[in-house]
Design a protein around this ligand. Structure first.
Ligand SMILES: C[S@@+](CC[C@H](N)C(=O)[O-])C[C@H]1O[C@@H](n2cnc3c(N)ncnc32)[C@H](O)[C@@H]1O
Length: 318
């Protein structure tokens, strides 16, 4: 991510060295259930799958209308039953206000800059994870017709929906400057205009009806959301029964490793330069704690990414 982009450079600047000590350990056990993984310094991995009891999804929803966003929300409402109860209950009809109330206000120039960095600086990362993404996206079954790309950014995943004329992608992102890049990516992927909507919103308050999507895809986003648990609640709420949550996220290195020490040290800088991205989140623990019916995941190391090398990749089902 940009985070990675900037973070990697920052890390390289301080001559951080990464070695075999980076071997990942599975996240510490929490609820007597374990979903995952053990990985070392390469791309080898062991996969453990795990089942956990499901709990009813719950959460809030929101929506608003103003100008073009209102038109978009209206169009979405028609095709995806966009829910506006959270806005209604909060008394706000402005998506921008809701986004700001969740994640704080960002200067326009900062969001624009971040979007541009994401657009121009992620090619090599995307090449590195391409095989993994191909594998992950191949697990989307033919019945997945409505896909929510949470934190769609510049749309690097949209190419994985090519050749699916029956598919509709809703790209949610709080940074409106991502929209032009995401639209271009959708078009480059051969998606028709009607197959892609960009929605200005946050994961913590999705403007979508409960059980309204078949799959949620989230890549390099849970590091940046304000509240991971609330976001995951929302993911569960909008997924239809049996729907899938696909994720690839960079995560904290094992406690005690030198990489982790650097992650903890540089986290405040990373958050500042990379739009709130955390280097040291235990995202898999959070996903497990969200009580999906099933979680399958791997801890992996993406080579040459320094601070953001440790990743978790997988799928959860409601
Ligand atoms: C590092 S980028 C990743 C974008 C894209 N998913 C990718 O794989 O390149 C993180 C994205 O998450 C978005 N984001 C930040 N906070 C968010 C939130 N609370 N809810 C949804 N998206 C958020 C950012 O605007 C940004 O587009």
């Amino acid at each position: 991510m940009d985070v990675s982009f900037l973070g990697t450079r920052l890390c390289n600047c301080i001559s951080y060295s990464r070695g075999n000590e980076i071997g990942l350990h599975g996240p510490r056990p929490r609820c007597g259930r374990r979903a995952i993984t053990l990985l070392t310094t390469s791309e080898e991995s062991q996969e453990l799958s795990h089942n956990a009891a499901s709990i009813p999804a719950s959460g809030c929803a929101c929506c608003g209308r103003r100008g073009a966003l209102g038109a978009l929300a209206g169009a979405l409402s028609a095709s995806f039953n966009v829910k506006s109860s959270a806005y209604a209950s909060s008394g706000s009809h402005d998506p921008k206000l809701l986004v700001e109330s969740v994640r704080g206000k960002r200067p326009g120039w900062y969001e624009e800059f971040f979007a541009e960095v994401m657009e121009t600086g992620m090619q090599s990362y995307e090449m590195q994870v391409e095989d993994r993404k191909l594998q992950l996206f191949s697990s989307l079954d033919d019945k997945a017709l409505k896909v929510l790309e949470l934190g769609v950014g510049t749309g690097p995943n949209l190419k994985y929906y090519a050749n699916r004329p029956d598919l509709h992608v809703i790209g949610v992102d709080p940074n409106q400057h991502m929209e032009k890049y995401a639209r271009a990516a959708a078009s480059a992927a051969g998606l028709q205009d009607s197959q892609f909507n960009f929605v200005h919103a946050v994961g913590e308050a999705l403007p979508l009806e409960a059980t309204s999507v078949d799959a949620v895809v989230c890549t390099l986003v849970l590091c940046s959301v304000k509240d991971v648990a609330v976001t995951l609640k929302e993911v569960k709420r909008v997924l239809r029964p049996g729907g899938s949550f696909l994720f690839i996220e960079h995560v904290a290195a094992p406690a005690g490793s030198s990489l982790r020490i650097w992650q903890d040290l540089l986290n405040p800088v990373q958050m500042f330069v990379a739009d709130g991205c955390h280097l040291n989140r235990h995202t898999l623990d959070d996903i497990e704690d969200a009580s999906f019916a099933l979680v399958e995941a791997q801890n992996i190391i993406i080579p040459n990414l320094s601070l953001i090398g440790p990743h978790v990749i997988g799928m959860a089902q409601v």
